[in-house]
Structure formats: structure tokens, C-alpha cells
Design a protein around this ligand. Structure first.
Ligand SMILES: Nc1ncnc2c1ncn2[C@@H]1O[C@H](COP(=O)(O)OP(=O)(O)OP(=O)(O)O)[C@@H](O)[C@H]1O
Length: 828
């Protein structure tokens, strides 16, 4: 409980331990008369802290943290007591009392020991009751405690020298005197080391960051897995730390749903307060013109305009800063979608015209080819005619080979017929005419043919060009379609965010063995009546009837599953009393499967539809959380796994992951996991699951063009039954199991409560279940919770508990879901 080193030897958290300090006789092993307050408070037999120091850096960091806390309380105590002394001296001087008073019990005064009661040091203020289990305390010993007020709010308190302080985490970030009236309004209990460590770290981190002391020098003192670094092209290695900070979140009251919802950016920009802040930033930074972007930075800087300006100036000109993009409102998105649709329609019409033109060009080409072949045939005929004529033509120029004698000549003159000569001459003239005509015809036909060939070649070229043009148009249309589909998905995601990224569905079980205590006034409401007739009403995103089929139940979750393919973390879980139908909803019988098989089938289908642009790998793992240990169900011997957190991410180093390509593969894997699962019989359900079962499907998609990689994880979680130990009559091992189940389920409820009230510290680390589900609940994911209830009036108290759990979860407004997409290595 006493968490620090000796207060009389305070060591500043910023100071390195000096050799002189180590050599201090008070810290030596030889001085048992002055034990460390931690040892004394715990009454433990742990080895001396001096010896523990050699246990490694971790111990030393923890020690530093403890010293820092101790020192902070001591400093404040000194301040308060000094101020008090001054005030008293002043009052004494006024009233003439010159007796010196010494209220600083820390430095000079006698130890003001335990005893409680009224009166005590420092005048009017009564002495604080001594912490529980503390019989003797050193004057300088600090004891940390938790105070829970009547509203359930918790404060860290410190008890020192008869006075108690509490850490005001909301206003001053300082230790404040513990008001006397609080003792009647709540209860105090000791705080364990881990809680102190966690709570104090988050407080000090917040105050350091908000006071501008964060950074390399002001970095939180306890090193953990939230620390990291990145390599900046100009700045080199930059240390990073994932700080958990308290933030303002702007809500509006939605009278239709009766809920407080997150104010969308578009609305927020019209808010007078925000307008003023944006204007203030714009005036200081005239270059920064995008109000949406300014608002985004204001949100990051917790609505502090000066910090916003400072951050911008600090990083102005940095090449890694993404250029401001204007945020599009839903209506912008819809207008864009409409205009895209119109564009696609226009392009389709143009494409149809193009197709018609292409058809007529093809017809023309066919006509031309026909004409061309007709002409070629004609030309061939003409050529044969000419040749035939040439061969039939008399060879007038041929002379007789033997010389004509005078006698022969005289005889020829005697027999010469002039009419025959005339006939021959006219034949020759006709032949000549026909030849000339034919020659002209052939020449003109050859010219026409040449012209035809040129036109044909041109036509073919045009057709080729129009073909490639149509291809380009088609590609463009396809790209536009894809863009439109993406836009639709984005709009869906925006809508989902507006509705809340956590949705709660209520599924009452069908049970023919008993009557029903349910009434369903609407699709969102359920009324439960107990045996005395008193009624309770609950509202959810959807309430199914007892007759609802597995298909109907799955239908409402299928859109959220599509988000996983886009790189979101998605979680579907079933919560409820044992035997209320969780396993039936998630797993279902073989012939009527539940959400698990349907979700994986849907995932595989969606991935298959996108293979043109993306390639996907699906890896399945199956684990159970049994008695707060994480066990791998896909190995021969069930293996215990270690869990580590890196910021918001969970790492399970040795987990078995199996690649799947079909539903058949998945079924085989689930059979193997099921065999290894711890199922035992309880009084309430003969196949009751004694552990939380988590089926995880990691979907990794790689864009075939850009190489960008998206990583989404679908977690399907069948929680163990939220039974009352008394009711199930659990004993022995069953009792241990039931206690572990109840512990982790109540840790899950606490996480929802903390998220709902935007608490500074979300207690994820309280159980293995909440640790592993952290990425699905922590603001960058989408979750669906099924609350399963039994209609039997006997189960009325458990049913009400389950429905209250669901209502609590429903009021959680997760932050904006984030897509886990990273660019391809070396990509643009
Ligand atoms: N909607 C339903 N329609 C028909 N039968 C159902 C329905 N819901 C549950 N059942 C039946 O009720 C019995 C108990 O259901 P189931 O095993 O799913 O409960 P459970 O909440 O998972 O219990 P546990 O937490 O103990 O594992 C099973 O036999 C199951 O078939």
C-alpha cells in the first residue's frame, strides 16, 4: 500500500541517483532502525529496496515513479502547511498571541500519529482518520488510497502526517485537501501498487502534456509498450509516446433518438463558440484557409486555439504533413454521387452511340469489300476479253514468206474484190474502236479500284482507332463505377459513424418449455415482466422476436462485415446468461449455422468479388480465455499464449494462424478448435462453455495497382455465460471458473462504463478479455453486441442484468472508426 521510498530522503523523478545518495547511511542495510515506509506499510518480508535496485531497469523505473508520486505529495504538503502556518501567525499577531506555532510536521514537528478523531494539527480542520490496516505510521510516510463517492466516482487520495489529500484530476491537476464532509459521502480503501502506477501515470502524463512540459525532457517516467519512435526524413529519430488524455467531445442532444450524439464536423463549424475559435486561428494563420482542417486540429488540441496555432507553426512546412483536405459533408457526398451517376449514364449513352457508329462503319466496309470483289471480277473478265480480241485480230502486217511472182500478182489483181476490202477495213475500224473503249474502261476501273483500296485502308484504320477508343472509354467507365462503389461504402461508413460504431441487438431465445416474460412494443423495444407483474423496458438498435431466424439475425450484421474487407477492425460478440442462446446465435447447429459461418462466407464472397482490383489473404486463429489464461486452440496440445499491448494494438506472438480459402477450410479449423475447447457440464446447461471463445479472421488486402495494403480483423466472440454462482451451484473447479468468468465480464462492463462517460482511464488491463478486445472497443473499430436473454420468468434478474449491460454498451459513442490501410512500400 505505502507505495514510495522513504519520504525523508525524497528523490526527484528527474534527478539521476547520485553516488552520494547510494552511499547514504539511512539507506544502508545496516540501519534497520529506519526501515522504508513501503516495507513498514506492507509489514512484508520483501528484500530491501536497496537490493531490489539491481533487479533491472524496470524496477528502477518503477522506483522513480514511486519517488515522483511521493515527492509530489510531500511538496504539496509542505506548501499547504507553510501557508497554514503563515495564516496562523498572521492571525496570532492580530490577536496579540505571540506563542510560536509549528505546523510543519514534516520538517520540525513531532510525529502526528494515527488516531483520527476531530481536532489535531493545523487548527480548525479535524485530523483525518488513519488508513485501514495501518497501526503505526512514520510522520513522513505517504499512504495512497481510493475514495469512491456516493455516485461511484473514484479519486486517488494520499494520507500523510495526519492529513489526507485527493488528486483533483479535473480542475487543478493538483493534490487538494480532502474535504471533511466527504467522509460521510463515500468510502476509502487502500490502493494497490498497480492501480497507483496506472492512475498516477495517466494523471501526470496529462498535466505534463497540458502544461507544455511533455517532450523528451517531460516524457512520462515509466517506460512501457506505449513508447516508440519514428524516422523522420529531416529530424531523424523522433521519440513517440501514446498518451491517454482527457478530451472534450462536442455532443448534441438528438431528440428523435433521445441520445446525446457526437456533433458532426459540418454542424460544429456553425457553432458560435467553434466559429470564434476557428476565426481566431485564421486570423493568426492567414495561410491556413480550410476551416474543416482547423477544426480537426482544434479537436486534436482539445479545443485550445493557442495550442492549435502553436502546433501548426511548429510543424509548418513539414513535408510529411498531409495537405489540408476539405471535409465533405454527407450532402456533398450525395451530390457527388448523383453527379457521378449522371456522368456514368452519359458515358453509357456515348458508348452506345459509339457502338452504333462502329456497326455502320463495319457495314460500310463490308459493302466496299463486296463492291471491290465485284469490280475485281469485272476487271478480270475485261482483261480476258481484251486478250481474246488480241488473239483473234488478223495479222495484217504479216507478209508472205515466199516472194510473190509476177504471175501470182497478175492473178491476184484479176481475182481482187474491192467489196471484200471494204468489209475488212470496217472490221478493223470496229476492232480499233472496241480496243480504245476497253482500254479506257480498264483505266477508269483501275482508278476506281485504287480509290476503293485507299478508302478501305482508311476505314480499317478508323475502325481500329474507334476500337481502342471504346476500350479506353470502357476502362474509364469501369473506374468510375469503382469510384462510385467506394463512395457508397464511404457514405455507409459515415452513416454508421453517425449512428454510433457500436450497435447492440437483443435476441430473446425461443424456449417451448416455459412461458414468456417478454413483450415487444416495437422493433427497438422490449418489456420484461416479473412474476409480481412489475415491468422494465429497454431499447436497442434492434430487438428480434423469439421466432427470428438465423438468417434474419445475420442480415443486420452483414454491412458491418463488409467494412472488415475495407480494413476496419470489426467485432461481433454475444453476451448473456448461460443457456440463453449465445452459442446458438454465434455458432448455431450444423444445418442452421449462426453468425460465425455466415460472416466468414460473406467475407470470402466479398473478397472474391474484388479479385479484379485486389488480392486477399484470410488467416484464421482461434483462442479461448479460460481462467484468465489465453489458450491457442489450433495446436495439438493446447498452448498458453502471452499477450502484449503496443499502443492500441494487441500482439499475440506465438498464435497459430491458418490461411483459408473456402468455407470448408474454416469449418475444418473450427472443428479442430472446438475439440480443444473446455466444455463442462453445469447444472444449468449441459454443454455450457466455461471460457470465452474468440475466432479471429485477419483479412489482408493488397491493391493490385497501387500496392496499398489494408488490414482488417473480424473478431467473433462467444462469451462465457454471465451466471450467478449461487444459482448454478458451482463448486470446486467450476466455482473457480465461474469466478474468473464473472471477473472478466464485469471488467468488460467497466470498460463500457468508462468509455460511455469518456473517462480518462479506460481499465482495459483489468482482464485478458478486455485486453484482447481493446482494438475492437477503443474507438477505431466497429462492434456489434448481441444480448441473449431467456424468456423464462425464473431468469428475470439475470435477464435484467443482461439487458442493462446491453443498454450500457449502447450508450458508448466510439470515436471515428479508422481504416487500417498503409501505402505500398516505395509507393506514391
Ligand atoms: N433461438 C433459438 N432457437 C432454438 N433453440 C435455441 C435458440 N437459442 C438457444 N437455443 C437452444 O438452447 C440451448 C442453449 O443454448 P446455447 O448453448 O446457445 O446457450 P449459451 O448461452 O451459449 O450457453 P453457455 O453460456 O452455457 O454456453 C441449446 O440447446 C440451443 O439449441
Amino acid at each position: 500500500m505505502g507505495n514510495g521510498a522513504s519520504a525523508s530522503q525524497p528523490s526527484s523523478p528527474r534527478r539521476e541517483p547520485s553516488p552520494r545518495k547510494d552511499a547514504s547511511p539511512r539507506k544502508s542495510n545496516n540501519s534497520p532502525a529506519q526501515p522504508s515506509p513501503r516495507r513498514q506499510a506492507n509489514q512484508s518480508t520483501k528484500p530491501d529496496r536497496q537490493n531490489q535496485r539491481s533487479d533491472g531497469q524496470k524496477g528502477s523505473d518503477r522506483q522513480k515513479g514511486a519517488d515522483a508520486r511521493q515527492q509530489a505529495v510531500l511538496d504539496h504538503h509542505k506548501k499547504v502547511t507553510a501557508a497554514h502556518a503563515r495564516r496562523e501567525q498572521h492571525e496570532a499577531a492580530r490577536s496579540g498571541d505571540t506563542t510560536p506555532r509549528n505546523n510543519d510536521s514534516l520538517t520540525h514537528g513531532a510525529p502526528k500519529h494515527a488516531g483520527g478523531g476531530a481536532g489535531g494539527a493545523g487548527g480548525g480542520r479535524r485530523q483525518a482518520p488513519v488508513p485501514a490496516n495501518m497501526t503505526s505510521l512514520q510522520p513522513d510516510q505517504v499512504v495512497f488510497e481510493t475514495f469512491t463517492n456516493s455516485k461511484g466516482k473514484e479519486f486517488i487520495c494520499a494520507y500523510l502526517a495526519g492529513k489526507r489529500y485527493y488528486l483533483d484530476s479535473w480542475h487543478s491537476q493538483e493534490w487538494q485537501p480532502f474535504p471533511d464532509r466527504w467522509y460521510q459521502e463515500g468510502s476509502l480503501r487502500p490502493l494497490d501498487d498497480n492501480q497507483v502506477q496506472e492512475n498516477y501515470t495517466s494523471q501526470s502524463t496529462y498535466s505534463q502534456a497540458s502544461s507544455g512540459q511533455a517532450g523528451p525532457a517531460g516524457r512520462p517516467q515509466n517506460r512501457d509498450d506505449r513508447e516508440g519512435f519514428l524516422k523522420h526524413p529531416k529530424r531523424g529519430r523522433v521519440e513517440t509516446y501514446l498518451m491517454e488524455e482527457k478530451r472534450y467531445v462536442h455532443f448534441f442532444f438528438d431528440k428523435f433518438s433521445g441520445n446525446w450524439l457526437r456533433l458532426p464536423v459540418g454542424w460544429e463549424l456553425h457553432h458560435p463558440l467553434i466559429k470564434n475559435m476557428v476565426q481566431h486561428v485564421e486570423e493568426a494563420l492567414p495561410k491556413w484557409k480550410d476551416p474543416g482542417d482547423i477544426l480537426a486540429m482544434l479537436r486534436v488540441c482539445n479545443y485550445n486555439p493557442d495550442e492549435t496555432i502553436g502546433t501548426y507553426l511548429h510543424l509548418e512546412g513539414d513535408e510529411w504533413l498531409v495537405p489540408p483536405k476539405s471535409t465533405q459533408s454527407m450532402s456533398d457526398g450525395e451530390t457527388l454521387l448523383d453527379s457521378l451517376k449522371q456522368k456514368v449514364k452519359k458515358m453509357e449513352m456515348e458508348l452506345n452511340d459509339e457502338k452504333r457508329q462502329r456497326k455502320s462503319a463495319e457495314k460500310q466496309l463490308a459493302d466496299l469489300q463486296e463492291k471491290f470483289s465485284g469490280l475485281s471480277a469485272e476487271a478480270g473478265i475485261a482483261r480476258t476479253q481484251v486478250e481474246a480480241m488480241q488473239t483473234s485480230r488478223p495479222r495484217t502486217a504479216q507478209r508472205p514468206k515466199t516472194p510473190v511472182t509476177k504471175k501470182q500478182a497478175a492473178k491476184a489483181v484479176d481475182t481482187f474484190d474491192p467489196a471484200q476490202l471494204d468489209e475488212l477495213t470496217s472490221i478493223a475500224q470496229q476492232l480499233h474502236k472496241a480496243h480504245t473503249h476497253l482500254k479506257m474502261t480498264v483505266t477508269s476501273q483501275v482508278g476506281a479500284m485504287k480509290q476503293l483500296i485507299v478508302e478501305t485502308v482508311k476505314g480499317v484504320k478508323e475502325i481500329k482507332n474507334s476500337e481502342s477508343g471504346s476500350q479506353a472509354e470502357l476502362d474509364e467507365i469501369r473506374a468510375l463505377y469503382q469510384k462510385e462503389a467506394l463512395q457508397k461504402r464511404l457514405l455507409y461508413n459515415q452513416l454508421q459513424e453517425l449512428r454510433g460504431n457500436i450497435r447492440v441487438f437483443c435476441r430473446p431465445r425461443k424456449d417451448t418449455r416455459c412461458g414468456t416474460c417478454f413483450k415487444f412494443p416495437s422493433e427497438q423495444d422490449i418489456i420484461v415482466t416479473n412474476s409480481e407483474g412489475s415491468k422494465k423496458s429497454f431499447s436497442f438498435d434492434k430487438v428480434y422476436s423469439t421466432e427470428a431466424t438465423q438468417e434474419e439475425v445475420f442480415k443486420d450484421t452483414s454491412p458491418i462485415i463488409a467494412s472488415c474487407v475495407d480494413g476496419y477492425n470489426v467485432c461481433l460478440m454475444a453476451y448473456g446468461q448461460t443457456g440463453s442462446g449465445k452459442t446458438y446465435t454465434m455458432m448455431g447447429p450444423d444445418n442452421n449455422p449462426g453468425i460465425n459461418i455466415r460472416a466468414i462466407t460473406e467475407l470470402l464472397k466479398l473478397c472474391g468479388e474484388r479479385t479484379e482490383t485486389k488480392s486477399y489473404t484470410l488467416k484464421v486463429s482461434m483462442v479461448e480465455i479460460y481462467n484468465e489464461t489465453l489458450q491457442d486452440l489450433l495446436t495439438e496440445d493446447v498452448k498458453t499464449l502471452e499477450l502484449s499491448m503496443v499502443g492500441n494494438m494487441v500482439r499475440i506472438p506465438d498464435i497459430t494462424e491458418m490461411t483459408v480459402e473456402s468455407v470448408k477450410d474454416v469449418k475444418k479449423i473450427m472443428e479442430l478448435g472446438d475439440k480443444n475447447r473446455s466444455v463442462a457440464e453445469t447444472k444449468m446447461n449441459s454443454t455450457s462453455s466455461r471460457s470465452h471463445l474468440l475466432l479471429r479472421i485477419a483479412v489482408c488486402g493488397t491493391d493490385k495497382v497501387s500496392g496499398a495494403v489494408s488490414n482488417g480483423v473480424l473478431t467473433l466472440c462467444d462469451l462465457a455465460g454471465s451466471e450467478r454462482i449461487g444459482k448454478t451451484e458451482a463448486q470446486g473447479q467450476r466455482l473457480v471458473e465461474a469466478a474468473a468468468i464473472n471477473k472478466s465480464l464485469s471488467a468488460l462492463g467497466q470498460v463500457f462504463t468508462a468509455l460511455r462517460s469518456s473517462q480518462l482511464h479506460i481499465p482495459y488491463r483489468n482482464s485478458k478479455l478486455t485486453q484482447i478486445l481493446r482494438p475492437c472497443l477503443g474507438g477505431d473499430a466497429k462492434a456489434c453486441v448481441f444480448v441473449n436473454v431467456s424468456p423464462d420468468v425464473k431468469n428475470y434478474p439475470e435477464t435484467c442484468n443482461t439487458l442493462e449491460f446491453g443498454s450500457n454498451a449502447r450508450q458508448v459513442a466510439l470515436g471515428q472508426a479508422k481504416q487500417n490501410v498503409r501505402k505500398a512500400p516505395g509507393g506514391p
